[in-house]
Design a protein around this ligand. Structure first.
Ligand code: SAH
Ligand code: SF4
Ligand code: F3S
Length: 470
């Protein structure tokens, strides 16, 4: 960690202490605890940020409620990758406004990716002026300071910056699961896929130092974490820009070597620079989970070029099939987008061809959404909605057929599952996650939660298994 980052951390910890004093004063006046909740809208990185925000709230003295909007302080940690994420937030804010009219002391805050986008930020300020605090992705670490200002009575705190000066380590974190955790290994993205807003709202790629990452994993392990997921928009470019830093496969090996860590996952791997060394590393280390998410986006070389993905259909196919060949028990999943400007039915045929050849275990399919400020958004050849719908349905059907077939291939086998939670709908059952990321439900007591157990996969029911604890 750089000295300036250490100073920035110390300063924020000072704010947490002062807020804690303010909250105690308020509680002794009102005779009740102040409550807070964090509502998360986005990806794994967004969810990890929410754990940091929750940690700061608890250290400042709030009682944290599960994702509910009935708290004294409600923080929306937003996403803007597609327009429906924006619409979802506006829906929630509408409800928050009615609640605040009844309870004017309620505090509402919005943070994360959405306010980093200038038009969305303007809309928040003008149409949702009851929101007390807005801050972006680059100054999340300064949340203790903003919270302190809010509790000192300041309103309309708007703090958006367009780049990050610090990678602030060591602020408190409240994990959702005691036995597994995400670990940021890098922030931002330099790839500028032409449809994507992430580089605009998360900024340039910045890797954390491997020493700091390993230290964090050691700390997590010492508090009971068995499974870590290394997080970055493109983990394959980990270390770029830091002199003498180790490669991503080497980092994976070192994380696996941390005592107490039994499973390691990572997300996301861009196909353009997935190395042979990475394939070898996954193959040779049993602790690395048998799951690889390898976003395709499109199977048409023409569309891929226009998306600036920097691989062709053939290169992608060669890579995916090589991975399956080297590691036959790996589950491959992907992201697919339909309706990118200029996309024809023939382009979609190419996408379907790749799905059939790779035979994904699962895929997230998205309809292209225009994002302000991206090159694709201003193209004149946006695809008509009815054609997009038709193509989307074809892709979805193909994805589902393949996934169904693929998931059957584990039926009857015995695998290790990390038990994550008790099953809400089946009394006396718990739910575990397999190394390949599939879910299995089986009869067992709550005391198994957090343990890795052997389970026989009796019956595949689409995307999950029913099993028996051995
Ligand atoms: N860094 C990751 C993706 C992060 S965003 C990667 O490159 O793989 C997650 C997914 O959202 C993307 O893979 C893409 O399929 C989808 N997505 C991104 N921008 C989108 C847009 N404008 N419209 C629809 N889907 C989009
Ligand atoms: Fe977006 Fe592309 Fe970066 Fe992924 S790699 S976050 S899709 S710009
Ligand atoms: Fe993640 Fe959404 Fe931001 S996908 S990086 S929370 S725009």
């Amino acid at each position: 960690m750089r000295e300036s980052d250490i100073l920035a951390t110390d300063r924020q910890i000072g704010f947490i202490q002062d807020t804690s004093r303010l909250i105690k004063e308020s509680e002794s006046k009102t005779g009740r605890r102040l409550t807070a909740s964090v509502i998360t809208f986005g990806c794994q990185m967004n969810a990890r940020d929410s754990e940091k925000l929750a940690g700061i709230l608890v250290s400042s003295g709030f009682e944290l409620l599960d994702e509910t909007e009935d708290a004294d302080f409600v923080l929306y940690n937003t996403c803007t990758v597609r327009d429906n994420a924006n619409q979802k937030l506006y829906g929630h804010l509408g409800e928050a406004h009615s609640r605040k009219k009844k309870n004017p002391s309620m505090m509402v805050a919005v943070c994360g990716c959405l306010p980093q986008e200038p038009t969305a930020f303007e809309k928040l300020k003008s149409s949702y002026s009851f929101v007390d605090l807005i801050f972006g992705t680059h100054n999340l670490y300064a949340f203790p300071e903003y919270l302190n200002r809010l509790l000192s009575g300041e309103r309309h705190i708007y703090e958006i910056t367009d780049h990050s000066d610090n990678i602030v380590e060591d602020l408190p974190v409240l994990r959702k699961y005691p036995f597994k955790s995400g670990v940021n290994i890098m922030f931002g993205c330099n790839n500028f896929c032409t449809y994507c807003i992430v580089p605009h709202v998360r900024g340039r790629e910045r890797s954390r130092e491997s020493r700091d990452i390993i230290k964090e994993v050691e700390r997590l392990s010492s508090t009971g974490v068995k499974e870590v997921m290394l997080l970055g928009q493109n983990v394959n470019s980990y270390g770029n820009g830091i002199d003498g830093e180790i490669s991503f496969p080497e980092l994976l090996k070192r994380v696996c070597d941390v005592p107490g860590i039994e499973r390691v996952r990572f997300m996301t791997s861009h196909p353009k620079d997935l190395s042979d060394e990475l394939i070898k590393t996954i193959k040779n280390d049993e602790k690395i989970c048998r799951h690889l998410h390898l976003p395709l986006q499109s199977g048409s070389t023409k569309v891929l070029k226009e998306m600036n993905r920097r691989y062709t259909k053939e290169q992608y196919l060669d890579l995916a099939l090589r991975i399956k060949d080297e590691i036959p028990d790996i589950a491959l999943t992907t992201d697919i987008m339909v309706g990118f400007p200029g996309e024809t039915a023939e382009d979609v045929d190419d996408t379907i061809d790749v799905i059939n050849k790779v035979q994904y275990d699962n895929a997230f399919t998205f309809i292209y959404s225009k994002r302000a400020g991206t090159p694709a958004a201003v193209r004149p050849d946006q695809v008509p909605e009815d054609l997009v719908r038709e193509n989307f349905d074809r892709v979805l059907k193909c994805v589902q057929e393949n996934a169904k077939k693929q998931s059957l291939r584990w039926q009857g086998l015995t695998m290790d599952a990390l038990v994550e939670e008790k099953n809400d709908s089946l009394e006396g059952y718990v739910t575990g996650r397999l190394s390949n990321n599939m879910i299995v439900h089986f009869a067992g007591s709550d005391s198994l939660i957090g343990k890795i157990v052997s389970v026989k996969l009796d019956e595949c029911r689409g995307f999950y298994y029913m099993g028996t604890l051995l």
